[in-house]
Design a protein around this ligand. Structure first.
Ligand code: PHE
Length: 466
C-alpha cells in the first residue's frame, strides 16, 4: 500500500468516526456564507435601525460595536468550536465534549435547550418574515403611493388583522425554509446561501446607492456615526448587549450546528471574526439605506418597531422609483430572514435525525408540522386571540420574551460557563487551534470572565432586576 493510500485510509477512518458522514460544508467560504446568512436577518434590517433610532444614534452604535467585540465574537468562537469538536447536533456535541473532559454528559441539557430555543424562535420568526412577504406585492402594485402616517399605520394594521393572509404568508416562508433544510447541508443549505447571500448583498448596495443619491445621506450618516454620549442611558447599553447576542445568532444552537459541519483545519477565530464583521457591516449599511429616506421625507427616526413596516412605506410612496425600491427592500428582508430561518431549524433537524435515527425527510415533516401549529398561535395573537393574554402579553409576545429575553441569555451563559469552567483548557485550546498562545489567552480570559458578566447583566436587566 502506498504512503498516500495509507494516509487516505487513515483520513477516511478519522472522517467517518468524527461524523463527516453527516456532511460538511465544501469550503470555508461556504461556512462563512451560511453563518453570515444566519447572523444577518430581521435583527439587522428590522431591529438594529429601529433600536438605534430609539436610543439616539451614534453613541449607541459605538457601544454595540464594543459588545460585538468583547462578548459576541468570543461566544461565537466557543459555539463553533463546540460544534466542530463534537461533530454532532448541539445536545450530543456538548455531551461528547463533557465526557472528554471528565464532566457529566448531563451538560447535554444546555445544548438541548439551545435547540428548543431555536425551534421556538423560528415559530414566530416566520410570522414576521411573512409580513415582509406580504409587503412585496403591496409595494409592487403601488400600494404605498400617497401614504401618510395614519394610512400607512392602517395598512399595516389591516395586515395584522387578517389571520388568513398572515397564516398563508408565514406558512409559505416556513415551507421554503423546510424545503431548503430537507435537502441537507450541501444540497440544501449550502446551495441556498450560495445564491441568496450575494443576492442580498447586491440588493443592499443598490438600496444604499439609492439612499445616497436620493436621500438625506449626510444627515443619516451623522445620526448613525456622531456619538453624543449624553443620549446614552444604562438601558441603551443593555439593549446593545442583548442585540449583539441576537444578531450573531448566539445561545440557541444555530452556530453550534453550523460549526459541526465545519471542515477540520479552518480557522475558527478568523472565520468568526469575518462573520461578525460582515454582520455588523450589513447592519450599518441597512441603517445607511433606511435613515436617509426617513430624513429626506421628514419622518421620525425613533419610531420604534414600526420603522420598517409603517414609516418606510411612506417614504417609498413619495420617492421617485419608490415602487421598485420598495420591492427590492422587502425582497432583501425576506432573503435575510430565510437564511436565518434555516439556521434556526437545523439544530432540531440534526437532533431528530441523529438521536432517533430517522431520515431527514421525516425529521423535516415532523418538526414542520409542530412549527406550523405553533406559528398559527403567533398569527392568531394579532387578531383572533389578541385579547387572550398571559401576564399581559399575547402568545407572540410571550414566545418572543421567553426566547429572546430568557432562553437565549441562559443558553449563552450555559455555553460560556461550560467552555470556560467545565471543559479542560488543554482540550479547548486543541479544539480551537488558534495558533497563537497570547491570542488564545486573551480569548480564554474573555470567555471566563467578561462574557459571562456581560450576559448576567443583560439577563438581570431584561427580567427587570436592574
Ligand atoms: N441573527 C438573526 C437576526 O439577526 C436571528 C437569529 C437568532 C437567527 C438566532 C438564528 C438564531 O435576525
Amino acid at each position: 500500500m502506498s504512503q498516500d493510500s495509507i494516509a487516505a485510509g487513515a483520513y477516511a477512518g478519522q472522517a467517518a468516526s468524527s461524523g463527516a458522514s453527516r456532511g460538511l460544508w465544501t469550503s470555508r467560504w461556504a461556512f462563512f456564507l451560511a453563518a453570515t446568512g444566519s447572523a444577518v436577518g430581521l435583527g439587522n434590517i428590522w431591529k438594529f435601525p429601529y433600536i438605534t433610532g430609539v436610543h439616539g444614534g451614534g453613541a449607541f452604535v459605538l457601544v454595540y460595536l464594543g459588545c460585538i467585540l468583547a462578548i459576541g465574537i468570543p461566544l461565537l468562537m466557543a459555539e463553533v468550536m463546540i460544534g466542530r469538536a463534537g461533530r454532532k447536533n448541539p445536545s450530543d456535541a456538548v455531551a461528547a465534549l463533557a465526557e472528554q473532559s471528565g464532566a457529566s454528559p448531563r451538560w447535554r441539557l444546555a445544548g438541548w435547550v439551545g435547540g428548543l430555543t431555536g425551534f421556538l424562535i423560528l415559530s414566530f420568526y416566520v410570522v414576521v418574515a411573512g409580513w415582509a412577504l406580504a409587503y412585496v406585492p403591496a409595494a409592487a402594485s403601488g400600494g404605498f403611493v400617497g401614504l401618510n402616517g395614519e394610512s400607512s399605520g392602517a395598512l399595516f394594521g389591516a395586515l395584522l388583522a387578517d389571520p388568513l393572509k398572515l397564516a398563508v404568508c408565514a406558512s409559505l416562508v416556513l415551507l421554503a425554509t423546510l424545503l431548503i433544510v430537507g435537502f441537507g447541508v450541501q444540497q440544501g443549505l449550502e446551495r441556498a446561501v450560495r445564491y441568496l447571500m450575494p443576492g442580498l448583498f447586491v440588493l443592499l448596495l443598490i438600496l444604499v446607492g439609492y439612499a445616497a443619491t436620493r436621500g438625506a445621506f449626510g444627515q443619516a450618516a451623522a445620526f448613525l456615526f456622531a456619538a453624543d454620549f449624553s443620549k446614552l442611558t444604562g438601558e441603551a447599553i443593555l439593549v446593545a448587549l442583548g442585540h449583539a447576542f441576537f444578531t450573531l445568532s448566539l445561545g440557541c444552537g444555530a452556530m453550534m450546528a453550523y460549526g459541526s459541519y465545519l471542515p477540520a483545519g479552518t480557522s475558527i477565530a478568523l472565520t468568526s471574526l469575518l462573520v461578525a464583521l460582515a454582520d455588523t457591516a450589513v447592519a450599518l449599511l441597512a441603517g445607511l439605506a433606511i435613515f436617509p429616506l426617513v430624513f429626506a421625507n421628514g419622518l421620525e427616526p425613533g419610531a420604534g418597531p414600526g420603522l420598517i413596516f409603517v414609516t418606510l412605506p411612506i417614504a417609498f410612496g413619495q420617492m421617485p422609483l419608490g415602487q421598485v425600491v420598495g420591492v427590492f427592500f422587502f425582497v432583501m428582508l425576506l432573503i435575510a430572514a430565510l437564511t436565518s430561518a434555516i439556521s434556526l431549524s437545523e439544530p432540531t433537524i440534526a437532533w431528530l435525525t441523529e438521536r432517533f435515527r430517522i431520515s431527514r425527510l421525516k425529521a423535516v415533516l415532523l418538526s414542520g408540522a409542530a412549527l406550523w401549529l405553533l406559528s398559527l398561535g403567533s398569527v392568531f395573537s394579532f387578531n383572533l386571540w389578541a385579547e387572550g393574554t398571559l401576564f399581559g402579553k399575547t402568545f407572540f409576545d410571550c414566545l418572543d420574551y421567553l426566547t429572546t429575553n430568557l432562553l437565549m441569555p441562559l443558553g449563552g451563559l450555559a455555553t460560556v460557563f461550560f467552555t470556560g469552567w467545565v471543559l479542560k483548557r488543554k482540550r479547548v485550546s486543541e479544539a480551537l487551534n488558534i495558533g497563537h498562545p497570547a491570542l488564545f489567552q486573551a480569548w480564554w480570559w474573555l470567555i471566563r470572565f467578561v462574557t459571562p458578566l456581560g450576559i448576567v447583566l443583560v439577563f438581570l436587566n431584561l427580567i427587570g432586576v436592574i
